[in-house]
Design a protein around this ligand. Structure first.
Ligand SMILES: NC(=O)c1ccc[n+]([C@@H]2O[C@H](COP(=O)([O-])OP(=O)(O)OC[C@H]3O[C@@H](n4cnc5c(N)ncnc54)[C@H](O)[C@@H]3O)[C@@H](O)[C@H]2O)c1
Length: 253
């Protein structure tokens, strides 16, 4: 049997790189997609059975070229993980249209463009799409009018994909990570935000890249063969609780 192939965006680092490594451990080959050429080649150079493709997922022409390159490198695509994302936290009044578009073009347009380009290949394998949203797409919060809205849209886009692509046996699911210590989080999580997250998360800690990757790879696998249109929060319990009640935490011990 031919080796399965996964396409992972934002694969040069963080959650995307951890997902790439987990797919490799499960016997897949991986097309690693990222717009940061240096970081991508550094990461891919340490791995086997990968094919790096430099591509900005928000540019239709680059996505088309990426699809052609992936089709040339591999004879199939079984899984697409739309993980590339950017975060930008700031007050609504300070979000001009440029900031809004910068977030939307990667976080939402990129998921749409990558999926449109690879669905013909996923149709042949009855493959799976996993889109990476965020707890910021499940619950509103301050400072993330663009980021939170982009991630809420990704959750709905996933349902649209599941509704239509199920006819061809393609499953589409979403993972909504809680906070994970990656470069993205380090750039926008102040010490105050970090402390507040600890208070609001029942498991009382940030997640790891590996913990998010495990859920992604599971949803792509045959073990999730009857799961589609779902959003799985991998968030230490953040989404299942009401407001964090740090004052009550000590009283439960
Ligand atoms: N880290 C967290 O706390 C957290 C929480 C919730 C959701 N997420 C989501 O998880 C995903 C991965 O986040 P991360 O923390 O690993 O981020 P990261 O910043 O560590 O890595 C993101 C990667 O995506 C690439 N990328 C960004 N825009 C791109 C584009 N337009 N085209 C191609 N590549 C692009 C970057 O070059 C980078 O290599 C994102 O969608 C993010 O929104 C992260």
């Amino acid at each position: 049997m031919t080796r399965k192939v996964a396409v992972v965006t934002g694969a040069a680092r963080g959650i995307g790189l951890a997902t790439t490594k987990l797919f490799l451990a499960d016997g897949y080959a991986v097309a690693m997609i990222d717009r940061d050429a240096d970081a991508l080649h550094d990461a891919a150079g340490q791995l086997q059975d990968v094919h790096p493709v430099v591509c900005d997922v928000s540019h239709p022409d680059q996505v088309d070229a990426m699809a052609a390159e992936v089709a040339g490198a591999f004879d199939r695509v079984d899984a697409l993980v739309n993980n590339a994302g950017v975060a930008d936290f700031g007050p609504i009044q300070e979000h001009d249209f440029t900031r809004w578009r910068r977030v939307m073009e990667t976080n939402l347009d990129g998921v749409f463009l990558m999926s449109q380009a690879l669905v013909p290949h996923l149709r042949e394998t009855r493959g799976a799409i996993v889109n990476i949203a965020s707890i910021s797409g499940l619950r509103a919060s301050t400072l993330r009018v663009a980021y939170g809205t982009s991630k809420a849209a990704v959750i709905h886009l996933t349902k649209q994909q599941a509704a239509e692509l199920g006819e061809w046996g393609i499953r589409a699911n979403c993972v909504a990570p809680g906070p994970v210590d990656t470069k993205l989080a380090l750039a926008v999580h102040s010490p105050e935000i970090r402390a507040a997250y600890h208070d609001a998360i029942p498991l009382n800690r940030y997640g790891s890249e590996q913990e998010i990757a495990e859920v992604i790879v599971f949803l792509c696998s045959g073990r999730a063969s009857y799961v589609t249109g779902q959003t799985v929060a991998s968030d230490g319990g953040f989404g299942s609780t009401g407001i964090g009640l740090p004052a009550l935490r000590g009283q439960t011990a």
